[in-house]
Design a protein around this ligand. Structure first.
Ligand SMILES: [Cu+2]
Length: 182
């Protein structure tokens, strides 16, 4: 039984109660886990274009939460970075493959590392995450590089990030500028 296909199929009277039940279950799961992420299921138009690679997942198996997100304050045209913890609370592995933002046209997934006591950083094509894994994006490690933001990013502002996953899932996250723990 493939729940995904039921959700996408046009609702006949017999499938409606099941669809409502599935919606209720996914909404209450989201509330229980306290995730504030807006998760967009790919729509059937994307499905027809063949952009969705894995339709075998049931709704409740995929669940990635973004926690403790913040971005570094900066001036327009300079550099900023966004940090968070990516937590796979679902039961299937996935990979973060792309990020975009309203703050800049050029947003990249980076990894910092030490090389002869010099801090280097390198763009990453993806970051894989296993079921139940937490991956910190933090200074000195993975981070989202926001290159030449179009406006000043000041403490207390917020920007939005769109996180694209290999599964076709997209998370929209509003991020505070300024480190909440400092
Ligand atoms: Cu970087």
């Amino acid at each position: 039984m493939n729940n995904q296909n039921l959700l996408f199929s046009s609702a006949s009277t017999s499938t409606k109660p099941l669809i409502l039940l599935l919606l209720f279950v996914s909404i209450s799961l989201g509330l229980m886990l306290g995730c504030n992420n807006k998760v967009n299921r790919p729509d059937s138009a994307l499905e027809e274009q063949g952009r969705i690679t894995d339709l075998s997942m049931a709704e409740s198996e995929w669940n990635i939460a973004i926690e403790d997100a913040w971005a570094r304050p900066t001036k327009a045209g300079m550099m900023s970075a966004a940090y968070f913890t990516m937590h796979n609370v679902g039961s299937v592995p996935d990979s973060l493959v792309q990020v975009s933002s309203n703050a800049s046209k050029d947003v990249q997934i980076h990894l910092s590392y030490m090389n002869d006591e010099i801090m280097m950083m390198e763009e990453q094509p993806f970051v894989a995450i296993q079921a139940s894994e937490h991956i910190p994006f933090q200074p000195g490690g993975y981070h989202i590089m926001i290159i030449q933001p179009t406006k000043d990013m000041e403490e207390g502002d917020s920007i939005s990030l769109l996180l694209y996953f290999k599964s076709g899932m997209i998370i929209e996250e509003r991020i505070q500028v300024g480190n909440p723990t400092m």
